[in-house]
Design a protein around this ligand. Structure first.
Ligand SMILES: NC(=O)c1ccc[n+]([C@@H]2O[C@H](COP(=O)([O-])OP(=O)(O)OC[C@H]3O[C@@H](n4cnc5c(N)ncnc54)[C@H](O)[C@@H]3O)[C@@H](O)[C@H]2O)c1
Ligand SMILES: N[C@H](CO)Cc1c[nH]c[nH+]1
Ligand SMILES: [Zn+2]
Length: 431
């Protein structure tokens, strides 16, 4: 990880550039695959699965037997850990339920807002280099709490044409019955257009690599919604002298090991901490089984020394990290000034991994700077808000004339008449 000491502002853009390929580079591939899926359905899914995952599964849908069998392949210790995670994720997302908003905006004019679940949702579970069964919990639990009617999962098959038992076990634990062996761009296409085996959904959720993320973005042109662009994982750590280099390095590597296109950034206030953390990264990297993946991500990662805390805060907000770890005596200063981040971890005892698995917060979060305009997945992601209104005779009598005036000023006499007719009818009744 290269160290930049007090870099000039003009250099920030270069220092903070993400390593993933751009939308424009991947979009043509996505459009080509989507077009084939629209024309050829399952046949196209199987062709691309063979091409990208090196396998042609006999059936796209995971059978009931496969779902049931998964449990016998999971160690009791893992089952218990998943249960703890499930309970925390469930509790935190259940607590996000909110009461309908109901009020009388003026006498006789009642307005309210209620939520309804999105009926059909598709959950993408990454599986290219690691079977992220934790993502099943992060997406299927809020979908169930929200009350979505149909919840399906798509995940890439392994070389034997199977989905990892932990993914299937988690699906069963969360009550998901429809699981398909398809990943990447082709999975997003299937959930967008529907094929013979896989019915289309209303909204697609879930993280994935750069191909999955661009495919989701392209899919929104075809009347499906997405949660957000949740691509290659990233982390920004800010630490002052209270930071522990070994802890910092372990956090940086925890996100670097996700994929070669991940990126991690350390911003700190001294050269000493920068150097010690850099050394700790080099040392710990050697012990990681996914060293070669993490090394590539580390090559795209940076350490920046900024003594001025205002500048440091500006850099954090400019980057808009997916994950932000803050270890500072000046916690309040940074929290007050923080504008954009997917999820925040405070102090020396809050490693980012706890949020990835079990603290209860959601790990499906905006990357690539999208924290500037998107929230991470939460209960509301699975709902729509519908507004309602009911006016009494008193309500339309007092509000109606203002609506008539505004409608006529916009030249929309049809709108005005819908009010006038009622006002006249009330006048006739009163004489
Ligand atoms: N932002 C978040 O909330 C979040 C959460 C978890 C994981 N992630 C990210 O998810 C990603 C998981 O990536 P992964 O690769 O292990 O699994 P993945 O399931 O996202 O992608 C695997 C699929 O990518 C497709 N693919 C691979 N190379 C391709 C190519 N050259 N052209 C077209 N398609 C290709 C294949 O179809 C394959 O099945 C990581 O980047 C990780 O950082 C993000
Ligand atoms: N860090 C990922 C989100 O960017 C989520 C994850 C799943 N498993 C481990 N980590
Ligand atoms: Zn992670």
């Amino acid at each position: 990880m290269k160290i930049y000491i007090e870099p000039n502002r003009k250099k920030w853009q270069d220092i903070l550039r993400r390593p993933s390929q751009s939308y424009d580079e991947i979009e043509p591939t996505v459009l080509e695959i989507f077009s084939e899926i629209k024309q050829k359905g399952d046949q196209a899914l199987l062709r691309y699965t063979q091409l990208f995952d090196g396998v042609r599964p006999k059936e796209l849908r995971v059978t009931e037997d496969e779902l049931a069998e998964a449990s016998s392949n999971i160690e009791p210790e893992l089952k218990q850990a998943m249960q703890v995670a499930l309970e925390n994720i469930q509790a935190f997302h259940q607590a996000q339920k909110s009461d309908p908003v109901l009020m009388e905006t003026s006498p006789g004019v009642s307005c309210w807002q209620e939520k309804r679940p999105i009926e059909q949702v598709g959950l993408y579970i990454p599986g290219g280099t690691a079977p992220l069964f934790s993502t099943v919990l992060m997406l299927a639990i809020p979908a169930r709490i929200a009350g979505c009617d149909r919840v399906i999962i798509c995940s890439p098959p392994d070389k034997e044409g199977k989905i990892h038992p932990a993914v299937l076990y988690a699906a069963k634990l969360c009550g998901v019955q429809e699981v398909y062996k398809v990943g990447g761009i082709q999975a997003i296409g299937a959930m967008t257009f529907g094929t013979e085996s896989i019915g289309a959904v209303d909204k697609i959720f879930g993280p994935g690599n750069q191909f999955v993320t661009v495919a989701k973005q392209v899919a929104t042109r075809f009347k499906v919604a997405i949660d957000m662009p949740a691509g290659p994982s990233e982390l920004l750590v800010y630490a002052d002298s209270t930071g522990v280099p070994d802890f910092i390095a372990s956090d940086l590597l925890s996100q670097a090991e996700h994929g070669p296109d991940s990126q991690v950034i350390l911003v700190c206030d001294s050269e000493e901490l920068a150097k010690a953390s850099q050394d700790a990264v080099c040392q710990q990297l050697n012990d990681l089984p996914r060293k070669s993946i993490a090394q590539k991500a580390i090559d795209n990662s940076r350490i920046v020394v900024l003594q001025d805390k205002l500048q440091a805060l500006e850099m954090i907000n400019t980057y808009g990290p997916e994950h932000f770890i803050l270890v500072s005596e000046e916690e309040e200063f940074f929290l007050q000034g923080l504008k954009s981040a997917g999820s925040v971890f405070l102090g020396n005892y809050s490693p980012e991994s706890v949020g990835d698995y079990a603290s209860g917060t959601n790990h499906t979060l905006p990357t690539n700077g999208y924290a500037r305009q998107y929230s991470g997945v939460n209960l509301d992601s699975f709902c729509k808000s519908i507004t309602f209104q009911k006016l009494t005779a008193e309500g339309i009598s007092s509000l109606g004339p203002y609506v008539e005036t505004m409608a006529q000023a916009e030249g929309l006499w049809g709108h005005s008449k819908a009010v006038s007719l009622r006002l006249e009818s009330l006048k006739r009744k009163s004489v």
